[in-house]
Design a protein around this ligand. Structure first.
Ligand code: SAH
Length: 252
């Protein structure tokens, strides 16, 4: 069963129980339910605020992206000692010299990808697994590659525990892409290569889209969107300057 099916299932159960009790529901009962929801997830209010102040107030207008940013429990992708910073407007260290991107950047890259429910997506740089989780709620399946074995292992375990059954994590070198699963409708790169890797462009379907930070130095990166037309031509545009950890070459 995919994650998509699971949420559709729990969604219908939720609607059914609301309907059954709709004749007897009272204001105190509703308040109690709201309080219970907050007590169960004290981070919900922080997430709402993050979306309102850092994301919707900027240029993120895709309602599906806003919804998913409100839903995915970002704090669970961050080391416990730094959890208080989970919903702040900056990247947060996740160990091994790596970081989980700023919430706005995750939302922006997801919006630029224009994800759809029938898409097969590839992510390079699993890190904490957060971007993969966000994307997994908007596409059919996410294949994600991480070069640091410990991060690959912990992200896979976390995503499984949280019920993201439509994400597959692989420990490996993202420069090689995932030839067995190619071609992809969407590719997102979350570490910065010095230049656009041709292997990844080759693994993009005609009509596909790739979003990546590209640049030789930390201060010289730009976020780019690459479109592959139906006849295989490549169109590339630059969106904003960004600062990502470098995409390191794998061992050959
Ligand atoms: N998307 C992540 C954040 C990524 S940080 C999240 O949501 O948490 C960038 C990640 O890319 C790091 O974990 C880093 O180890 C990984 N990385 C760097 N070079 C890579 C390569 N060649 N192949 C795969 N992963 C790579």
């Amino acid at each position: 069963m995919t994650h998509e099916n699971r949420s559709a299932f729990s969604g219908s159960v939720f609607r059914a129980s609301l309907y059954a009790s709709s004749r007897v529901i009272s204001l105190p009962a509703l308040l109690a339910a709201a309080l219970l929801a907050c007590a169960q997830d004290p981070y919900r209010a922080l997430r709402e605020r993050m979306v309102r102040e850092q994301i919707a107030s900027r240029d993120i207008k895709n309602p599906d992206v806003l919804r998913v940013m409100r839903e995915v429990p970002r704090h669970l992708f961050i080391p416990e000692s730094l959890r208080a910073q989970a919903y702040e407007d900056h990247p947060v260290p996740i160990g091994y010299g790596q970081t989980i991107s700023q919430p706005y950047i995750v939302a922006l890259m997801t919006q630029l990808l224009e994800p759809a429910k029938d898409h097969k997506a590839l992510e390079i740089g699993t890190g904490s697994g957060y971007q993969a989780a966000v994307l997994a709620r908007l596409v059919k399946h996410v294949y994600t590659i991480e070069i640091i074995p410990e991060l690959a292992r912990s992200a896979a375990a976390r995503l499984k525990e949280l019920g993201y059954l439509n994400v597959t994590v692989r420990h490996g070198d993202g420069y090689l892409g995932w030839p067995e699963e190619a071609p992809f409708d969407r590719i997102i790169v979350t570490a910065a290569p010095p230049e656009l890797p041709q292997t990844l462009v080759d693994q993009l379907k005609p009509g596909g889209k790739l979003v990546a930070p590209v640049g030789r130095t930390v201060f010289g990166q730009e976020l780019i969107v690459v479109d592959k037309t139906q006849d295989g031509k490549i169109r590339r545009r630059s969106v904003i300057p960004v600062m990502f950890v470098p995409m390191v070459p794998g061992k050959r």
